[in-house]
Design a binder for this molecule. Structure first.
Ligand SMILES: *[C@@H]1O[C@H](CO)[C@@H](O)[C@H](O)[C@H]1NC(C)=O
Ligand SMILES: *[C@@H]1O[C@H](CO)[C@@H](O)[C@H](O)[C@H]1NC(C)=O
Ligand SMILES: *[C@@H]1O[C@H](CO)[C@@H](O)[C@H](O)[C@H]1NC(C)=O
Ligand SMILES: *[C@@H]1O[C@H](CO)[C@@H](O)[C@H](O)[C@H]1NC(C)=O
Ligand SMILES: *[C@@H]1O[C@H](CO)[C@@H](O)[C@H](O)[C@H]1NC(C)=O
Ligand SMILES: *[C@@H]1O[C@H](CO)[C@@H](O)[C@H](O)[C@H]1NC(C)=O
Length: 333
């Protein structure tokens, strides 16, 4: 009898010691791996431990879904209130070059954060680039993918700059005329950097709005000059007798305003594309400009200009056939 009570006692004490050590080790682990919050935890409360550690479930992190998420469903589905916003039509001319996919990736990720937007992408090419189509599809944005090759007469031009992007932008304007009724259009080249605030501001353009563009010429900026809240000229490193010496990224146009001017078009005149287009919007005078970016005191768009890259060297197929490099090479220019 006595012996068995002793035995029970010994078993009970041993069990208690083992249990206590187990809990101690838990407490030790937690104080090693975490911050003060963990240390104040009662180590005996395993439920709390589980609660606190849940966010760090490594297996759920490593279990990341690698397929591209349906971004339309995630955040770009217009909510009811977004539909009330005037649509923004973004016209982006582009052409095949080493930087193209990088630039379009960057621009697309900006546009994916803008509400009620329609992206009109026009390639200077005789057929659509499959990789560009795939990129556009992936964004979940509403878009139109068009082509508009530069006319032969300009392509053959040997001397001086070519009127790059003009054929694309005019194709974009035609698309606007055929499809848009209201809202605002903006020429967003793929090599610029855009502050999201820009899109909020241009969305309510009534005629033509203008704003500073950073990193233009030696002056560092191209902008309307504003004095006491009133337009009083242009600041640009290359005036060249232009009536509107502004950058392509420095203005936005109301769709209704454009539709009332059926002849408005961009000329095939290198350096004078903006000026020619804005003059073709007559009647329209510099005094009619709507000044954005807090009286043109802020820079919401930058003419970044990516470094030009040489086309990649040919792949040595004898050496690298049947490797991943063959596929990578197909993406490169
Ligand atoms: C642990 O989380 C559950 C659900 O979040 C909650 O109901 C429970 O009260 C938490 N337990 C403790 C000890 O915090
Ligand atoms: C951790 O995440 C995986 C996968 O999401 C899940 O199956 C598992 O139950 C989670 N573990 C805990 C402790 O919550
Ligand atoms: C991964 O995400 C895709 C698209 O969102 C979905 O269709 C698919 O079911 C997901 N797969 C897993 C394993 O969660
Ligand atoms: C993505 O989600 C939207 C909205 O839920 C849906 O209309 C569309 O069909 C989905 N696309 C894909 C590829 O699943
Ligand atoms: C622009 O300047 C004028 C005159 O100083 C001022 O009345 C107006 O509030 C300014 N507008 C903005 C948006 O800062
Ligand atoms: C590369 O491999 C493919 C088959 O995998 C073959 O058809 C092709 O001729 C090879 N090319 C060269 C240059 O070796």
């Amino acid at each position: 009898m006595r012996l068995s009570i002793k035995m029970y006692l010994i078993i009970f004490i041993s069990a208690s010691v083992i249990l206590y050590q187990y809990h101690l080790s838990n407490a030790w682990l937690i104080s090693q791996t975490s911050t003060q919050d963990f240390r104040v935890l009662n180590a005996k409360n395993s439920e709390k431990i589980r609660n606190v550690t849940t966010p760090f479930n490594a297996s759920s992190i490593s279990n990341t879904n690698t397929s591209y998420p349906n971004t339309t469903a995630l955040c770009f589905q217009p909510k009811n209130k977004d539909i009330d916003l005037p649509p923004l039509y973004i016209i982006t001319p582009t052409y095949r070059r080493p930087e193209q996919l990088a630039e379009l990736t960057r621009l697309s990720h900006t546009l994916m954060l803008v509400k009620n937007i329609f992206w009109v992408v026009i390639e200077d090419a005789v057929r659509k680039t499959q990789l560009v189509t795939e990129l556009l599809e992936k964004t979940g944005l509403k878009y139109e993918h068009l082509i508009a090759p530069m006319p032969e007469q300009y392509k053959k031009k040997k001397k001086g700059p070519k009127p790059r992007g003009v054929s694309n932008r005019n194709r974009g304007l035609k698309w606007i005329r055929d499809n848009a009724k209201n809202g605002v259009l903006y020429f967003a080249d793929d090599d610029n950097t855009y502050d999201l605030q820009l899109f909020d501001e241009i969305r309510y353009t009534k005629r033509v709005s203008m704003f500073p563009v950073g990193l233009i010429t030696k002056l560092g900026v191209s902008s309307p000059i504003v004095k006491n809240g009133v337009f009083s000229g242009f600041y640009d490193g290359w005036m060249a007798g232009r009536k509107f010496p502004v950058d392509m990224a420095g203005f936005a146009v109301s769709v209704r305003f454009l539709l009332k001017r059926p002849k408005a078009l961009m000329p095939f005149k290198p350096g004078f594309e903006e000026d020619g287009f804005l003059k073709s919007l007559e009647p329209f005078e510099p005094q009619d400009i709507e000044l954005l970016a807090s009286n043109c005191t802020k820079i919401l768009v930058w003419h970044t200009q990516t470094k030009k890259n040489e086309p990649s060297q040919p792949l040595d197929f004898a050496k690298y056939n049947n490797t991943n490099l063959v596929m990578l090479k197909q993406i490169l220019v």
